[in-house]
Every structure is written in C-alpha cells, then in structure tokens.
Design a protein. Structure first.
Length: 363
C-alpha cells in the first residue's frame, strides 16, 4: 500500500497539486488496504500531501484505523474538532493552495464546504492506477470467479417449477455467504419475457411452465474484489428461436475475444471501442437489434470500473487489465440472452477467469 501512496505523491507534482483529497471508499481501500468504511454515508476522507497522508474519520473508526493502517496519520473528527476546523488546519499547516478532488464523488454540499478553505480545486482520479491490476489482485479476482463457477454449478440443480425469481436469487446469495463471501451486486434472476430487460429487477415471477428462458447475472465479492458472470439457460427443451439467439451471442463473444487476441499479439494496447464493434456488428448482421449496453467493463474493487468497452470509449486495453465481455440480444415480449465472462489481458492474449460452461444448457 505504501507503494500505491507514493505513486499518488509522485503524481501530485506532475499535476501541479499540493495535495489530493480522496473521498470514494474503493479508492481509500485501494490506497490504504482498509475497507470497513461505509459506502452509504461519508465516514472518512484520505488526504495525501507530497510528504504525508492522513485519514480523517470519527471515533467509531479511530481504534481500527490505528491498528490496521498505523503508517497513516489519524485525524479524528469530534464535536470540538469539526471537519471545517480540520480542513482549515491542514490548509494552513501544509500550505495547500491547489487541491485535487474526486469531482464525480463529492456531493454539492461537500464541495461548497471545501471551497471555503481551498479556492483552487481540480479533478484528480486514481482510476488509471486501479485499471491495471497487480498479480495479487488478479489472483483474488480469479478466486472470486472460482466461487462464482461453483455457485453456478450448485444453482443449476435448484431450478424448479413453481419457484420465484427471488427464491432463486436467495439461494445464490445463501450459497455464496456459506462459502465465506458476499455478493458483489444484487443478483439478477429473470424468467421468460423478463430476460429481455438487461437489468431486470428480480421479482416474484414464478417459473410456472417448461420451455422458458432463465437468465442469471451474479457476482461474488471475496477479500474486497469482485467477480461478475452471466449465464442464460433454458428450463425445458430449448426451441429453435432460443438456440439461434444463444449461438449468435456466444459467437459474438468469441469473435470479440479473438479480435482482442489478434491485436494484442501485434501491439501493446487495443482500442476498447474496436472490440465492442466486432461483437456489436456481428449481432446486427444476424438480424438482431444492437446491444443496448457496452460490451464490457473493468472489474476489481468495484463491479464497474475502468476500462469501459463501448462504442464511444476512449480507453485502451492493456496488459494487466481485467474486464468483462458480455454481448446480449434482447427481444421485448420474447426474451433475452446474455453471456458474460471475465478475462485478464496478458502480454499477447486473454485468459478466461470464469470457467462455467458456455454451451446451451437445458435444465
């Protein structure tokens, strides 16, 4: 973690900043290794100057911070030592005139509070650091994927007539938790026509007939790192329409991965938009509507992070990045198919981290 903090310090001079105020919990976790602050409410800030680093939090976390990240100076918020007083003190003591902030994370009220003490604020993000994963991060994501694969294998045997989407989602959650992990996002279970909605809200729809689509999109969070996988199976005997949709989606994914491999063999980076275009174009050529979402997204401490694989993406895919490839076809009133896997980009090729079967499955 000290190396990561030093990278930020080195970047301060390059960006002509005196300090950076890190507010998002994933970024605080990445830079400190401490992950127990809530994502729901603002419980901490991390301030990094060119020579020092401070965690600003309250008495609920003081002991834990002192124990788990002793190399970071604790500044405790109290009734007598307010956040305003802390900001004012830090500005004066460390001559902070130009402050980097996460503009896409702070609320308007927080920003108004800050500029009372720091007149010159500039957007600063460590997304580029997090996009390229260290080996230990890739290993942890792979372990999360392994548990996700184990979960998928388990859940196939739980799909029964009469159960609801919520019941199946609950079974996924319980299996993951019994195996020592958490969900990385609320599970999407979509039966039948509901599968045509890419981010269907799992509900009370029951699996009351044979011959219907079952879409499962879920992720495992293990030691702070996330997995993400989608499989679309058929309850009963798959009909010709489903098979055509499924094979088109699967082939689109294969073509995207092959394009990624072909370019990676020749150069050090690949345009994310080019990979998206290969899958998107193939699906359209087969007579289906375009993918209504991006082809993929980076994953790590968050389910959705840099890079983005979309038609308008400016991101370059580089060695060490972990991201999803998830083409889909969605036909309102009929149903949808999505196949999603995580890959890591190595020196000249990709490696699948999710290993669950990708052929048509009938349950």
């Amino acid at each position: 973690m000290k190396i990561r903090l030093q990278k930020v310090k080195d970047e301060l001079s390059k960006n002509q900043l005196d300090a950076a105020l890190v507010s998002s919990i994933p970024n605080i976790t990445y830079l400190t290794g401490y992950s127990n602050f809530s994502n729901v409410q603002r419980e901490a800030f991390l301030l990094i100057t060119k020579t020092e680093q401070f965690v600003i939090t309250d008495g609920r976390y003081s002991e834990a911070v002192a124990i788990h990240i002793p190399h970071i100076t604790l500044i405790e918020r109290t009734v007598t030592n307010s956040l305003d007083a802390i900001f004012k003190m830090l500005r004066k003591k460390y001559t902070i005139k130009r402050l980097g902030i996460e503009e896409d994370n702070l609320s308007v009220s927080e920003y108004k509070r800050l500029i009372k003490y720091y007149n010159n604020t500039y957007h600063y993000s460590i997304d580029s650091f997090r996009a390229i994963k260290e080996k230990s991060e890739i290993d942890t994501i792979e372990k999360a994927c392994q548990l996700a694969d184990k979960t998928f294998s388990f859940i196939l045997n739980k799909i029964k007539k009469g159960m609801s989407e919520r019941e199946l989602a609950f079974a996924i959650e319980m299996f993951v938790k019994k195996n020592g992990a958490e969900l990385s996002f609320p599970t999407i279970v979509a039966f039948g026509k509901n599968s045509s909605i890419p981010h269907h809200q799992t509900g009370n729809t029951k699996l009351d007939t044979r011959n219907t689509i079952v879409l499962l999109d879920f992720g495992v969070k293990l030691n702070n790192y996330c997995s993400d996988m989608t499989r679309t199976v058929f309850f009963g005997s798959a009909n010709a329409e489903f098979k055509k949709m499924y094979n088109t989606v699967f082939e689109a994914q294969q073509k995207a991965i092959q394009q990624l491999n072909n370019i990676a063999m020749k150069q050090s980076s690949v345009k994310a938009s080019e990979v998206d275009s290969v899958a998107r174009t193939y699906i359209e050529q087969q007579g289906y509507p375009t993918i209504p979402h991006s082809l993929g997204h980076g994953i790590g401490l968050e389910v959705h992070e840099s890079p983005r694989l979309g038609p308008r993406s400016k991101d370059e895919l580089k060695e060490g990045m972990v991201f999803s490839i998830e083409p889909g076809i969605y036909l309102p009133g009929v149903g949808g198919v999505r196949v999603e896997d995580l890959v890591v980009l190595k020196e000249s090729s990709t490696r699948l981290l999710t290993k669950s079967p990708r052929e048509i499955i009938e349950v």
